[in-house]
Write a protein that binds this ligand. Structure first.
Ligand code: NDP
Length: 258
């Protein structure tokens, strides 16, 4: 699939966690498809580099740096979309961290809280301010980037991450029924292993990388662009009857047993 269509022409989108990996790929593809994109994450220089790239390709983007677990940032991010680009149609709450690894009794309260603050509270705060802006437009597509972990599969040593990602799915379902009547679709994208900084941090040796590849029916992990195309589908009018879905884009990691 090319990136020269205009599936999001005239739309305004927020993408969090856009400084790297899946979020960066989503922001790039959405802009190529005609959306004006506000890109958010903490590392401002990476966001500036991304907006320069998008603008050089003829797209429109605005960098807005901050922490998604900070309520004033969540509010200001939506204000930025409204003041810069006139409103908000699409939001991808993608910012996430892996959190503590290891046996659950060894997980500190602090590490738990920090992981939840970004992955789950950040998703809630995003939605809290994005929804009223979408209601102003009379429609919207809200997407959470969750994971197969905590949904179809679990791994020892990743309880905090699994709980945060499963929490996003509950949040997504509640919002889908709460705002379906007003034209807002709410879905979750559940990536399988995807080649990003987070994946490199999870599987540090070649043996571990091979193990992770082998977990997938396709015997490989995804490129970030493959997740971006699924997010584009959910955001676009190709998905007008899809809401409340936890959409696996996981290369068969959920069903593979070999
Ligand atoms: P990366 O580590 O490459 O990207 C994570 C992004 O989140 C970065 O842009 C980071 O930016 C941002 N971020 C993290 N914490 C915060 C915060 N508190 N406030 C604002 N931004 C934040 O990871 P991926 O691209 O792999 O992950 C994207 C999403 O996909 C995550 O939610 C992850 O859980 C999910 N996922 C990934 C899988 C994979 O295999 N890669 C599999 C399943 C799900 P900065 O540091 O600049 O703030």
């Amino acid at each position: 699939m090319g990136t020269t269509g205009m599936a999001l022409n005239g739309k305004v989108a927020i993408v969090t966690g856009a400084s790297s990996g899946i979020g960066r790929a989503i922001a790039t593809l959405f802009a190529a498809e005609g959306a004006r994109v506000v890109v958010a994450a903490r590392r401002r220089e990476l966001l500036d580099e991304l907006t320069r790239e998008i603008e050089a390709a003829g797209g429109a983007a605005r960098a807005f740096a901050g922490d998604v677990s900070d309520e004033s940032f969540a509010r200001a991010l939506v204000e930025e979309a409204k003041s810069r680009f006139g409103g908000l149609d699409i939001a991808v709450n993608n910012a996430g961290v892996l959190g503590p690894k290891g046996a659950t009794p060894d997980v500190t309260r602090k590490a738990w809280d920090e992981t939840m603050a970004t992955n789950l509270t950040g998703a809630f705060l995003g939605a809290k301010y994005q929804i009223p802006a979408m209601l102003d437009r009379g429609a919207g597509s809200l997407i959470f980037v969750s994971s197969f972990v905590g949904y179809t599969a679990a791994m020892p040593g990743a309880a905090t991450y699994a709980a945060s990602k499963a929490g996003q799915i509950g949040l997504m379902k509640a919002l889908a029924v709460e705002y379906g009547p007003q034209g807002i679709r709410v879905n979750a994208l559940l990536p399988g292993g995807t080649q990003t900084a987070a994946a490199d941090a999870m599987a540090t040796t070649e043996d571990m990388k091979a193990f992770v590849r082998n977990m997938h029916a396709l015997k490989r992990i995804a490129a970030p662009g493959e997740q971006a195309r699924a997010a584009l589908f959910l955001a676009s009018d190709a998905a007008t009857f899809i809401t409340g879905s936890a959409m696996l884009v996981d290369g068969g990691v959920s069903i593979n047993k070999t």
